[in-house]
Design a protein around this ligand. Structure first.
Ligand code: MF3
Ligand code: CO
Length: 250
């Protein structure tokens, strides 16, 4: 069931979204050579708690941390730990915060020190694919119009889109209906209505779209070992432009 949020519920989602985006910004600022992914997780956990919110991911289906940190060929769901970030890494940070009964959910990929031109292009194309997609995130469009635009843009730039993981409704639950794929033909899926809140989150691979699940049960990597990037915001569907509830990362 797709829930439409009331004005009061939207207010609460704005609050959750603000905290979530600030947590992402904090994590992004910490991406530097020599920092461990666990240090970033600890700082984000502390920040979310300091805001009176709860980290949405911690214990979600047994997930052991507050942030997902996925480095280089890791696409999503990397578990923070002893890994020391190195100059040239690209680091995807995904975070959720829960407050007042609602979740925010957002992600972005950050450069660790100086990175290759091709890695920077991957980050830029991934971010822009989100903005191409959400041109169709408005009342009257259908859900698949978003993913269609994401896929067109990504493939026109020579990269590929992950199929196995998708965006989703967000609200009282972190994952609600509908699913929001980053690929496919336009004109399919539910019609978008004002008051829907969704997370649009392209996962983009430099090489092939194929993925590989790691034995830790969480980390998802590219099958070919090439780099991947991720970009996500929670947004509200309106009659016009969508309202970004997690202020977009630069
Ligand atoms: N943030 C992911 C999403 O965008 C979900 C993270 S799974 C978790 O849907 F277990 F880490 F929480
Ligand atoms: Co999400």
């Amino acid at each position: 069931m797709i829930t439409l949020k009331s004005a009061r519920e939207i207010e609460l989602m704005r609050r959750a979204g603000k905290i979530t985006a600030a947590a992402r910004a904090l994590a992004g600022e910490m991406v530097k050579p020599g920092v461990t992914t666990r240090e970033i997780d600890k700082a984000v956990h502390r920040f979310i708690k300091s805001q009176g919110a709860e980290p949405s991911f911690l214990n979600y289906n047994g997930y052991p941390a507050s942030v997902c940190i996925s480095v280089n060929d890791e696409i999503i769901h990397g578990i923070p730990g002893n890994r020391v970030l190195q100059e040239g890494d690209i680091v995807s940070v995904d975070v959720g915060a829960y407050i007042g009964g609602f979740h925010g959910d957002c992600a972005a990929t950050y450069a660790c020190g100086k990175i290759s031109e091709e890695a920077q292009r991957l980050i830029d194309v991934t971010r822009q694919s989100f903005f191409e997609g959400i041109k169709n995130a408005r009342e009257g469009c259908r859900v698949s119009d978003i993913g269609h635009a994401v896929q067109e843009y990504v493939e026109a730039n020579g990269f590929s889109v992950v199929r196995e993981y998708v965006g989703h409704g967000v609200g009282r639950q972190m994952h609600e209906s509908p699913e929001v794929p980053n690929y496919g033909a336009p004109g399919h899926g539910p019609k978008l209505l004002r008051g829907m809140t969704i997370a649009v989150e392209p996962m983009v691979n430099m090489g092939t779209a194929a993925i590989k699940q790691m034995p830790d049960g969480w980390t998802v990597r590219t099958a070919d070992g090439k780099y991947a990037a991720h970009y996500e915001n929670t947004l509200l569907i309106t009659a016009g432009e969508p309202e970004l509830l997690t202020v977009p990362a630069p």
